[in-house]
Design a protein around this ligand. Structure first.
Ligand SMILES: NC(=O)c1ccc[n+]([C@@H]2O[C@H](COP(=O)([O-])OP(=O)(O)OC[C@H]3O[C@@H](n4cnc5c(N)ncnc54)[C@H](O)[C@@H]3O)[C@@H](O)[C@H]2O)c1
Length: 381
């Protein structure tokens, strides 16, 4: 097995998860990180040999095999282009870019250069999601009638909750759908093999004005700010959306996405109604897959490589009864991507590529247009 050199750009919440997951692979050395805030301190805190402020300098000096892009969305395009311009494989966080045009240019450039790319749609790599895919692929679910579910969070519940994700110049035109709905639709198309061809979306922004802190506050610091410590910001990206989908097979779907739903910290739900059985998955009980049947009792398939399909078993590291979840999905995604990098395999794989990142941006674009125009909108691509 090849020993890889990796560099990570942006080490906030998710960059740290990338570093940890890469270390678990055993054949990847994270040789450097880059961040515009305290790069050296972050490198020391994560046990990474070097911290750079400028990602270009890091790439040019370290010459890594793979670059991981974990910064806010606005910079993904430029960073991915820079790495691919030097024939370096790229793993990019979702959403892949801010616009469809940027996504197209990245996907085209990767294809033209023959570079292996990955987008971190990590939900694909939960064993019970893979089991659902195996059951659809084998015909066990039958023809799909309906797909529903969604993604709920509460970290933007209060008007005083603030993040770069609320600023479209940094995040993009859609917020809730692009940020978390993108995971839902990627997982649904991955499991079902169907493609959404038309969408009808309804958006709402409940906090039309939010209070942006004028000074940095550490998450969970419990620090109380006074009125003069805030600036009022007008918000025009969605806190919530519901989307109706028509799929290419004639199946119908709907999802509800909210970042202001109290008590749900990070819950993705996928429900698939087929002509033979139904499936239900809840990320808050991620080691279980419910199978609903009309003529006999229902079942719960638990995460156990000795009883699940070989496909699901292929992304399980521990025996039954030993829970695997969010960090493990990163490990499995990177394992698959690095295996493709080693083989130079730019073909169809289980992980999401820049083509899938583009697909999600096209879906998101149609959803934003539908919400604005109040009508069904066809999905490009
Ligand atoms: N796959 C997932 O489940 C998942 C979960 C969370 C976030 N994300 C995605 O990951 C990305 C980052 O999100 P986050 O929650 O980690 O954000 P964050 O704000 O916690 O961290 C971003 C980091 O990037 C750094 N940064 C900003 N500009 C930079 C630049 N030009 N060069 C180097 N560093 C820079 C910031 O200083 C910060 O440390 C986003 O695209 C987000 O959508 C994905």
């Amino acid at each position: 097995m090849k020993q890889f050199k990796a560099c990570v750009i942006g080490v906030g919440f998710i960059g740290a998860a990338h570093i940890e997951a890469l270390r678990r692979l055993g054949n990847v050395d994270v040789v450097a990180l880059s961040d515009v805030v305290d790069p050296e301190a972050k490198a020391a805190a994560h046990g990474v040999p070097k911290g750079y402020e400028d990602y270009r300098e890091m790439i040019d000096r370290e010459k890594p095999d793979v670059v991981h892009i974990c910064t806010p969305n606005v910079d993904h395009y430029e960073m991915a282009m820079y790495a691919m311009g030097r024939d370096i494989a790229v793993v990019c966080e979702k959403p892949m870019t801010k616009t469809v045009d940027e996504a197209k240019r990245l996907a085209d450039f990767a294809k033209q250069k023959g570079i292996v790319t990955g987008v971190n749609f990590n939900y694909r790599m939960y064993p019970q999601i893979m089991q659902a895919k195996a059951m659809v692929d084998s015909g066990e679910v039958g023809d799909i009638y309906t797909i529903h579910g969604g993604y709920l969070q509460d970290w933007l519940f209060y008007e005083t909750d603030y993040s770069w994700r609320l600023e479209p110049e940094i995040s993009g035109e859609s917020r809730a759908f692009a940020d978390i709905g993108s995971h839902w639709i990627d997982a649904v198309e991955f499991i079902s093999g169907l493609r959404a061809v038309e969408v009808f979306a309804d958006f709402e922004t409940f906090h039309k004005v939010r209070k942006k802190p004028l000074k940095a506050i550490d998450t969970y610091s419990g620090m109380t700010l006074r009125p003069e410590d805030y600036e009022e910001k007008h918000i025009d990206t969605e806190d919530y959306c519901t989307v109706l989908f028509k799929f290419d097979s004639g199946a119908r779907g709907t999802c509800t996405i909210s970042q202001v739903f109290a008590g749900r910290k990070n819950q993705m739900l996928v429900d698939i109604g087929g002509s033979r059985c139904a499936l239900h998955w809840d990320s808050e009980r991620s080691n279980e897959l419910w199978i609903g049947r009309r003529d006999t009792f229902n079942q719960t398939a638990t995460k156990d490589p000795s009883t699940l399909s070989p496909l699901a078993g292929s992304i399980i590291s521990y025996p039954g009864g030993h829970a695997e979840g969010f960090p493990d999905s990163f490990k499995q995604n990177f394992k698959a991507i690095y295996a493709a990098v080693e083989k130079g395999d730019t073909g169809q794989n289980l992980f999401a590529t820049f083509e899938d990142g583009l697909r999600e941006m096209q879906l998101c674009d149609a959803i934003v247009r539908s919400a604005k125009e109040g009508r069904w909108v066809p999905v490009e691509g």
